[in-house]
Design a protein around this ligand. Structure first.
Ligand SMILES: Nc1ncnc2c1ncn2[C@@H]1O[C@H](COP(=O)(O)OP(=O)(O)OP(=O)(O)O)[C@@H](O)[C@H]1O
Ligand SMILES: [Mg+2]
Length: 367
């Protein structure tokens, strides 16, 4: 609306001001420099439990319990003295005595010459948001625990199956192979067809031993349990380099392996997923892996010179499980995973984990 010019009309201004305040669903008010209420809306009057006209001209100490009123006077003074907006959260009971949480914003009001002539305030009930936030944090914590538990159970299961394949099936296959050798030695001239059959069975037994060893290693490299993280990382880097032709450098400066076996498994699995991603997506020719210590932390870095990707764009797409799994595995042992990447500038993954697994609700660890 354009001003009509000429004299101002206070009554009309007041009506407009009151209309704006009434339109605000949150509690809203105006005060002068002495913290006297100049205008309040219905929501504010409702919160005080007084009619609007009984609030006007009075101070917070006249309309609020003293602990709350003192807080309001203090924040008013801060706004008046600093001349800046203040934003804070407060808790106070509503008229039925239920504790509520509010976000309050107080702003200085200035006249045409810039002098502060009072304050304007607005207070929003954010109890529902706070409850949702708490619930979200709680359920995220539970999901984290569940994910960590599932990783741990899966590792235990993989380790058990790998051991059984190696110990049970491996021994049986060896016995089978020896039996075939023995049977072959019993053959007499003229039993060529039987000899050929035995030769093909020996070949099958050998191939099965190789396949079984590969499956067992994929499930859980025994070298990790027997010789530790450094040896297992070397083995992994070497086998990926051999299979793909990518040049992989590995620099390990660990004084000793992690104290918690679970930490070693986490580092190994994250290295494994990082290398798998490089092979699948990066088109890299060079990969540098470093495994070092920094204070009480172990730091794993995997950098490639490949095509890179935009992590923020990736976050907006449907979730993929590799990077998420790495983050969750890292969090489960109190670690932090950082991913730096950009289109055309390679990818660098940096994982920091404490040597010891933090104490948590879980007590199971992989054998
Ligand atoms: N080293 C890398 N170089 C280039 N792009 C990468 C690299 N690592 C990850 N990415 C990109 O990030 C995406 C997400 O990786 P993530 O490991 O989460 O999923 P994925 O490998 O596609 O599938 P999976 O869930 O089977 O692991 C990949 O699809 C790829 O586009
Ligand atoms: Mg992946």
């Amino acid at each position: 609306m354009r001003p009509s010019g000429g004299r101002r009309r206070p009554a009309r201004d007041d009506a407009h001001r009151q209309a704006i305040l009434s339109n605000i669903p949150d509690q809203a008010w105006l005060k002068d420099v002495e913290s006297r209420y100049v205008a309040v809306n219905e929501a504010y009057a409702e919160a005080c439990g007084l009619p609007q006209e009984e609030i006007l001209g009075r101070r917070p100490t006249d309309v609020w319990p003293s602990a709350i009123a003192i807080q309001y006077l203090t924040t008013d003074r801060t706004v008046l003295a600093s001349g800046t907006q203040q934003r804070y959260e407060e808790r106070r009971p509503d008229r039925r005595g239920r504790m509520r949480c509010y976000e309050t914003i107080k702003t200085p009001v200035r006249d045409a010459r810039g002098r502060i002539i009072g304050t304007a305030g607005i207070s929003r009930d954010i109890t529902h948001h706070k409850n949702l936030e708490r619930e979200l944090r709680r359920s995220r914590g539970q999901l984290r625990q569940l994910s960590a538990h599932l990783h741990s159970v899966r590792e235990e299961e993989r380790a058990r199956i790998a051991r059984e394949l190696h110990d049970e099936l491996g021994q049986n296959l060896t016995a089978l192979r020896l039996g075939l050798d023995w049977a072959d030695a019993q053959l007499v001239p003229g039993q060529e067809r039987l000899s050929a059959k035995l030769a093909s069975l020996r070949h099958l037994a050998d191939a099965t031993v190789v396949t079984m060893a590969r499956i067992a290693t994929e499930l859980r490299p025994i070298i990790l349990d027997d010789l530790g993280l450094a040896a297992a990382s070397e083995w992994l880097a070497e086998s990926v380099a051999k299979q793909t032709g990518i040049e992989i450098t590995l620099s390990i400066t660990l004084n000793r392996d992690p104290q918690a076996h679970e930490v070693a498994i986490t580092l190994f699995r994250i290295l494994q997923e990082a290398l798998t991603n490089i092979v699948r997506h990066a088109q890299a020719s060079l990969v540098a892996i470093t495994l070092t210590e920094s204070g009480r932390e172990i730091v794993l870095e995997v950098a490639d010179n490949g095509c890179g990707f935009a992590p923020s764009a990736h976050q907006r797409r449907a979730p993929t499980l590799g990077l998420l799994g790495m983050q969750e595995r890292a969090a489960a042992v109190g670690g932090v995973l950082a991913i730096e990447s950009g289109i055309g500038s390679g990818t660098r993954i940096a994982l920091r984990v404490p040597r010891r697994r933090p104490r948590g609700p879980r007590s199971r660890s992989a054998p």
